[in-house]
Design a binder for this molecule. Structure first.
Ligand SMILES: [Zn+2]
Length: 526
């Protein structure tokens, strides 16, 4: 069900915009509409703790259609009309489509401006960059191209200070701190504002020995707090020099992204390098994606994005609009898309356990297999994390044509899996076949259980194999182990296997008994 254009079936329907009847046979916009008062009751099945199923009425009603004259929708509900026009309909219902499209574009733009005004007033995002100086743009472009161009940053700082903008002071101050060589690291990425405040306090405590640096740090933090756009507390920003380097928008902000479009033009976001954005799968985000394609800073190198949209290929529009993109990560079980094309993208990632590598029932359509090799000529690396527990992601990759091209594979942990999934020798064989004579430059496996023989076989397929010791598990052939938490016990010999228990004789402490699947027991080869 979606919004649609149709001929009025009778003369009884009323336009909810103007309140007039819609004549029989006239074109009308049928808007899919849901609220808590109108429409048929909706029920949900629940399961009691006793195992019985029962029905409850849902908080909202079934969606119904309500109607508008086409001109009324064009002026008052342009987004609804735009969506209806994208659905199949009889073109004869629209007398002059070109004129309607023009009218619609104007109305959408007016609506967007209104939203931006309202949102800007509400969240304190300035409507214009605070400083407009013709000398600034080429310098910002330089930093977008080379984020650690300290010379360009210093000049930007001077220019902004010349205009009295506090961001200029922030830049000079951060560069000075850098020169003090004391600043150990920029703000840790992925911290909430609260976390950053706590960290700042901790770092201040450490800095009592150097009052000058402590003073600079305090001023830096004041400036960052006053310059940053006010967002929801779940959103995360991490700063580079003078500008936000990485932004993660949580559910709350992602849900009202249309309101936040001016955020991308905020003075602190102008050389943004990384963005994580989970739009959720409950609504159609095609309009948001289209807006993002226009609005996102061209400095972005890494985009982590989730969401679902009715029309295909809109994510491809976003990707194509970002010339410096090197990393694209599809999160929250977002599938691939064959129309995604980019000349310099080097790494793709898949995150989210529901259907990252499995779509629709039994058919395993691997998300990466839906990406086009030809359209992504520079991709050499793939990361998979948080996958569905029934899938062996390495085997799934081996079935795709991508193995002929990839240099780097990273299988990360699957957080929803209670038992670690394991890599089998069959998977290794499939990988070997897919690679042919090639070797991977790097294979990283975290959160995947592998046995010693599997580890040995994998090591032959890559120049560098990275897996935490705790991932390597015992098998029937394992004769010796070490205790990951008690390295001082030395290398123990398995002296007895019995009913899921192992008796292990360690040189230092004698025989100890463990459960056979104890995660801290690490097989030890010769
Ligand atoms: Zn009307």
């Amino acid at each position: 069900m979606s919004h649609r254009i149709e001929a009025a079936k009778s003369g009884r329907s009323t336009c909810v915009t103007c309140g007039e009847k819609i004549a029989k046979g006239d074109a009308r916009v049928a808007e899919l509409y849901q609220d808590s008062q109108r429409g048929p009751m909706r029920f949900e099945e629940r399961r009691s703790s006793g195992g019985d199923y029962y029905r409850v009425s849902a908080d909202d009603r079934e969606a119904i259609h309500r109607y508008h004259h086409v001109p009324c929708a064009a002026s008052h509900h342009p987004a609804v009309l735009a969506s209806a026009l994208r659905a199949p309909h009889d073109p004869a219902l629209i007398a002059d489509r070109a004129a309607l499209d023009r009218q619609l574009a104007d109305a959408l733009e007016a609506e967007r401006k209104q939203r931006v005004e309202a949102a800007s007033a509400r969240i304190g995002v300035p409507r214009e960059p605070t400083v407009t100086d013709p000398r600034l743009e080429p310098l910002l472009a330089r930093v977008a191209e080379t984020p650690d161009d300290l010379e360009a940053l210093a000049i930007i700082g001077d220019l902004l200070s010349e205009h009295g903008a506090p961001q200029g002071e922030l830049i000079s101050l951060q560069l000075a701190l850098r020169e003090l060589k004391a600043e150990r690291a920029p703000d840790t990425p992925g911290r909430t504002l609260r976390g950053q405040q706590l960290a700042v306090r901790a770092s201040r405590d450490r800095e009592t020995v150097d009052p000058k640096r402590a003073q600079l740090l305090q001023r830096r933090d004041e400036l960052m707090a006053s310059l940053a756009p006010r967002l929801h507390s779940a959103d995360r920003t991490s700063w580079g020099i003078g500008f936000v380097h990485r932004l993660e928008l949580g559910d709350k902000s992602s849900g009202r992204l249309a309101d936040l479009m001016n955020l991308w033009r905020h003075p602190t976001m102008r050389v943004l390098s990384e963005l994580r954005l989970d739009l959720g799968a409950s609504t159609d985000h095609a309009p948001t994606f289209r807006q993002l394609a226009v609005e996102l800073p061209r400095s972005l190198r890494r985009l982590e994005i989730g969401g679902r949209e009715s029309s295909e290929h809109v994510l491809a529009e976003v990707v194509a609009a970002l010339p410096r993109l090197t990393h694209l990560v599809l999160i929250s079980a977002r599938g691939g898309d064959p129309s995604i094309a980019h000349p310099t993208l080097t790494d793709v990632g898949f995150e989210g356990d529901r259907n990252v590598l499995v779509t629709h029932g039994d058919a395993q359509a691997d998300a990466i297999a839906t990406l086009s090799l030809d359209a992504l000529p520079a991709v050499r690396g793939v990361t998979v994390r948080d996958w569905h527990h029934r899938v062996d992601p390495l085997a799934a990759l081996a079935r795709t044509p991508w193995l002929a091209r990839l240099d780097r594979i990273h299988i990360g942990p699957s957080s929803r899996t209670h038992e670690r999934s394991s890599v089998t020798l069959e998977t290794v064989a499939a990988l070997r076949d897919a690679l042919g004579d090639r070797k991977l430059a790097r294979l990283e496996l975290t959160g995947v259980a592998i046995t010693l023989p599997v580890r040995a076989a994998l090591a032959e397929l890559c120049a560098e194999l990275v897996c935490p010791a705790a991932s390597v598990t015992l098998d029937a052939e394992t004769t010796h182990v070490t205790h990951a938490n008690k390295p001082e016990w030395g290398r123990g010999e398995i002296v007895k296997r019995n009913a899921g228990k192992l008796e292990i004789k360690f040189p230092g402490v004698g025989v100890k008994v463990f459960k056979a699947d104890a995660p801290f027991l690490v097989p030890s080869g010769d």
